[in-house]
Design a binder for this molecule. Structure first.
Ligand code: HEM
Length: 534
């Protein structure tokens, strides 16, 4: 299905080194005009040894929820405040773009939603967001279940291979397994392509991982040497990156061509009647091609698909990884989860309806995202001067920022803020059921689970921007419900069949970050077939 066609290459990134120099200058100037904002002085050593967001947390406790971080001549504003976050993400969203993140991602995602300029973004968001409607999600639950079953079958075979009727545990790197599972799901859900990565390796799978690896390298490497002319041909890893991109792009082009060739009026009719559950191919690509006509721009479609492939793969794999990591350290919560699974599913397959009854599982997923948000920082750059609210502990008059100010909105700090969460570092899925009053915090409406009726999962609305796992405002994640349901289904199906323990101590699981938080050397676990399914 994924047939090769010739492709033109990604364009050179629009901004060149000169732009970088001018950004630096803007920052130099803006660094002096942030008025009374508290200042944290970062040392270069803070950039190495441990993830940056840990240092940002320490400085948040020391300097408050809005501070300026100066690294030599470079300055960032670090925000850990829901009122300021709401201002930047929702109330004044169009005064900001993705800044340095767009520079990094544009060579990979082109004009996809994440790095797109405002005009392209407006046009494509209007087209793509409706694709994630309720019936699509319902159809996707079947994809999540089918793919999770393949993973479970693989584990069962490994256990059988151990002999003794599968009683002996098998040792596995679950992070790697979740990564394969999430890749298979995103391929089928977004463009109806079966990577089959749970059971095999292929050049296209290698190319996807190579591209993710490079995106991560670029987001943590501070000098954009890949923009230097000829670097893409002379630096071996850059050459490999270009080849990986071409492999994926060729595959996506083939799928787009195929979707256009097989565009059936009956499918369109079915789509229009929303007869989703009877469609053979309910993917987002099918929706985009069938509903928007055959004349939709191929290049733009490819950028859209690539963006969703990258945005929806490692993020979800990370949620599953950290959920298991946390549950393995809390055997009573693991038991509670398994008791819920037994009561709701028994030995049956998960369905869209049973998902609604798996309340504790859903809370585990969101509590995991609270403790391990993916990504831990949202990045913005102000397009014009703005007045940031001072926040609950800051300057009452707020802070004037000039155009070109780079901002790190620390979701990690917000999610672990002692001002908004009781025992913020503890894994407590039940916390989302409680209401939190807010008299002491002016401008923050408090935490109220009833504020978003009908929502299956707590979100930024119920917490008035203190809980932001998918961002907020117009640039909020389009795949949030897809990802949440996918994680719940996969976790439920794993725990339905297996008992899971960490192989080593929790401390031995080192955390590293790029775009997402992941482990340094895998999440090695011992998996045993469950004997006590009630
Ligand atoms: C944007 C998180 C899964 C597609 C975002 C943003 C966050 C996020 C925080 C906002 C970024 C910002 O404001 O700078 C996550 C997490 C996921 C996940 C934690 C999994 C647990 C997915 C999936 C898809 C997806 C499965 C697609 C199928 C996108 C896209 C955007 C986005 C296209 C850009 C939206 C826009 O700018 O209009 N995601 N995401 N994400 N996400 Fe997700």
């Amino acid at each position: 299905r994924c047939k090769s066609t010739s492709t033109d290459e990604q364009p050179e990134t629009r901004r060149n080194l000169l732009d970088n120099a001018s950004n630096l200058l803007t920052n130099l100037l803006s660094g002096g005009s942030l008025g009374s904002m508290p200042v944290a002085e970062g040392a270069v050593s803070d950039l190495f040894g441990r993830p940056l967001f840990f240092s940002l947390y320490d400085w948040f406790l020391e300097h408050g929820p809005v501070y300026k971080l100066a690294f030599g001549p470079k300055a960032f504003v670090v925000v850990s405040d829901p009122i300021v976050a709401k201002h930047i993400l929702r109330e004044n969203a169009f005064s900001y773009d993705k800044g340095v993140l767009a520079d990094i991602l544009e060579p990979i995602m082109g004009k996809g939603l994440i790095p797109a300029d405002l005009n392209t973004w407006k046009q494509r968001r209007r087209v793509i967001a409706p694709g994630f409607h309720a019936l699509y999600l319902e159809a996707m639950v079947k994809v999540f279940v089918d793919c999770s079953e393949r993973t479970i079958l693989k584990f069962e075979k490994l256990l059988e291979g151990k002999g003794l009727g599968g009683e002996k545990p098998v040792e596995l790197d679950l992070e790697a397994e979740f990564s394969s599972l999430a890749l298979d799901i995103i391929g089928l859900g977004v463009f109806n392509y079966d990577f089959g990565s749970v059971t095999k390796e292929s050049p296209i799978i290698k190319a996807v991982y190579g591209t993710l690896f490079e995106a991560e390298h670029r987001s943590t490497f501070y000098i954009p040497y890949w923009k230097v002319p000829l670097a893409r041909w002379l630096v071996p890893r850059q050459l490999k990156f270009q080849n990986d991109l071409k492999t994926i792009n060729d595959c996506l082009d083939g799928l787009i061509e195929n979707a256009k060739e097989t565009r059936l009026e009956t499918d369109v009719e079915k789509l229009q009647q929303r007869d989703y559950l009877n469609l053979k191919d309910a993917s987002l690509l099918r929706f985009l091609v069938d509903m928007r006509g055959a004349d939709v721009d191929d290049r733009q479609l490819r950028d859209d698909l690539m963006t969703m492939l990258i945005a929806g793969h490692e993020t979800t794999a990370a949620v599953l990884t950290w959920a298991v990591f946390l549950l393995a350290q809390h055997p009573l919560k693991m038991e509670k989860a398994q008791a819920e699974i037994d009561a709701v599913l028994g030995h049956e397959r998960t369905t869209f309806d049973s998902l609604k009854k798996l309340e504790y599982l859903r809370l585990i997923v969101v509590e995991t995202l609270r403790l391990y948000p993916q990504p831990p920082l949202l990045i913005r750059r102000s397009l014009r001067s703005d007045l940031l609210p001072g926040g609950y502990k800051g300057n009452k008059d707020g802070y004037a920022i000039p155009a070109g100010t780079d901002i790190f909105l620390s979701v990690y700090n917000l999610h672990r803020s002692p001002y908004f969460w009781d025992k913020p570092d503890e894994f407590e899925p039940e916390r989302f059921l409680a209401q939190r009053k807010s008299e002491s915090i002016e401008g923050w409406a408090g935490f109220d689970p009833l504020r978003s009726p009908g929502a299956l999962y707590p979100n930024e609305i119920v917490s008035d921007f203190a809980f932001l796992p998918f961002g907020g405002g117009p640039r909020k994640c389009v795949g949030d419900q897809f990802a949440l349901m996918e994680s719940t289904v996969a976790l439920a199906m794993l725990l339905q069949k297996f008992d899971v323990e960490l192989k080593g101590s929790p401390e031995s699981v080192e955390l590293v970050t790029g775009a997402t938080m992941h482990t340094k050397s895998g999440l090695w676990c011992k998996l045993k077939r469950r004997t006590s399914v009630h």
